[in-house]
Design a protein around this ligand. Structure first.
Ligand SMILES: *Cc1c(COP(=O)(O)O)cnc(C)c1O
Length: 449
């Protein structure tokens, strides 16, 4: 790709040239730059199909990490993006506002979880990525406590196996083992980690599950600004589904001890779990909610941290007289415009029925894997299907097989999981699940059907 003065970038490299320059110079997520892991050059993507530069077509099982709800290259999203581009791609948010932010705010206010017994979530901070949304939430909690005169409260509590992003404070509340807190020990703030709730999503609530949190808050509440949780579904930290009752009990304890309750819905938001937000599996609301990933339907990076009038007001009456954060690309108009269009698309389609269908089909079609000797457990919630293996997978072996069979699935650790775009057809989903199970059968020499 050469950009000359009078020449437009063609964005059209020879495959080998691209792979070579990538291999020599470009980092990938959680990867060694000296990796000899397989790397695939993508030419384009359309609907549920990803086309590699070598012509191979893959059915997308990942939604580009929870994000691409409506698949790729969606005509309606493209159209809105082009209309916004023709107005402006970006403008600073200090001193300016714009239609794109206003329209997205109207939509979020309409769809955010509501509950007459709790203050509305209606003060929105638009940031640039999920990790930043988490940083913003944590700063809000600390500024709030500080403004209330609770100046010793600067720590956070969370549960093990969580994932909240890769920036410093977000990382400090990720699982300490998978987040390698040992490695970063001297630069990471030390937080309080509670056991992962034992009561799984469909199980009968075990009251002892909340005891560790009750004990921690009773003992250490004067140090703790906030409790941060991924409601119901723990994503990248373990793909685990736990009882919503845990969240309701946590709400009571946070109220009792003056702790800010933060729900990180960056992965779970926008229908993925079968509810528009996983919070809706509970009878409560958090004090702060973080959104990201699917917010723009997977088009651009954008996140939102939303809190209540009370918290916003307390922060703004505090020492700083303002909330201390303001990214360059705050409320990026292009991203906001696409986010509005993505929400419209979601609501215009009967997403609940669609997710139910995906859930039923995943349950049915992944079930045979539960009998594999190599498999620990199969679990499904909404449009998320997880095959937990007994041992960590060998990605170098597994990935090429999956691609060969025409599907894009990206396992990590012991987790082989799929979360396809909601627009996937039932025959495409069948191809995805059967290719996935066939691959596991081959790699692990599983017998049976
Ligand atoms: C992905 C994720 C994040 C981080 O979002 P980025 O956009 O990757 O920074 C935070 N929390 C949860 C629950 C996530 O799944």
């Amino acid at each position: 790709m050469l950009c000359k003065a009078n020449n437009i970038c063609k964005l059209n490299m020879i495959e080998n040239e691209l792979l070579a320059i990538d291999h020599q110079h470009i980092w990938h997520p959680y990867a060694t730059i000296y990796s000899d892991m397989p790397m695939y050059a993508v030419e384009k993507a359309n609907g549920v199909m990803i086309q590699l530069k070598n012509g191979k077509q893959l059915i997308d099982g990942m939604s580009s990490w929870w994000a691409a709800l409506h698949g790729y290259n969606h005509p309606q999203l493209n159209q809105v993006a082009q209309a916004q581009l023709a107005k402006m791609s970006h403008i600073m948010f200090g001193g300016f506002t714009h239609d794109a932010a206003g329209e997205l705010t109207q939509r979020l206010l309409k769809i955010l979880p509501k509950n007459p017994n709790y203050p509305a979530l209606d003060k929105i901070f638009f940031a640039d990525s999920g990790s930043v949304a988490v940083e913003v939430a944590m700063k809000m909690a600390v500024q709030y406590q500080h403004a209330k005169g609770e100046k010793t409260r600067h720590k956070f509590a969370t549960i093990r196996s969580g994932y909240h992003g890769d920036t410093w404070h977000a990382m400090s509340v990720c699982d300490p083992v998978t987040g390698m807190h040992g490695l970063f020990a001297n630069s990471l703030p030390l937080q309080y980690f509670l056991p992962q709730p034992k009561t799984a999503f469909n199980e009968i609530w075990d009251e002892t599950d909340i005891q560790p949190l009750a004990d921690l808050l009773s003992e250490k509440h004067s140090e703790i600004a906030g409790l941060i949780l991924e409601p119901v579904v723990q994503g990248a930290g373990g793909m685990y589904f736990y009882s919503p009752t845990y969240l309701e009990r946590a709400r009571e304890l946070c109220d009792q001890y003056g702790v800010v309750l933060i729900f990180d819905e960056i992965a779970t938001g926008f229908g993925r779990t079968g509810k528009l937000f996983a919070t809706e599996y509970t009878q409560i609301l958090p004090d702060i909610i973080c959104l990201g990933k699917a917010l723009t339907g997977g088009y651009l990076t954008l996140s939102a941290t939303i809190t209540t009038e009370h918290i916003a007001q307390t922060i703004c009456q505090g020492e700083a007289r303002c909330f201390m954060h303001g990214p360059t690309f705050m409320a990026n108009p292009l991203a906001c415009a696409i986010a509005s269009a993505s929400i419209d698309l979601l609501l215009a389609n009967d997403w609940q029925t669609k997710i139910q269908q995906i859930e039923q089909q995943l349950s049915r079609e992944l079930a045979p894997a539960a009998d594999f000797a190599s498999v620990q457990q199969v679990r499904v919630l909404g449009a998320i299907g997880v095959i937990e293996m007994k041992q960590p997978v060998d990605l170098a072996k597994l990935q090429p097989k999956l691609v060969e069979k025409g599907i894009w699935v990206r396992p990590f650790g012991r987790l082989v999981y799929i979360m396809p775009p909601f627009i996937i057809s039932s025959s495409q989903l069948s191809q995805l699940t059967s290719a996935l199970l066939d691959t596991l059968r081959e790699i692990y020499h599983e017998s049976g059907h």
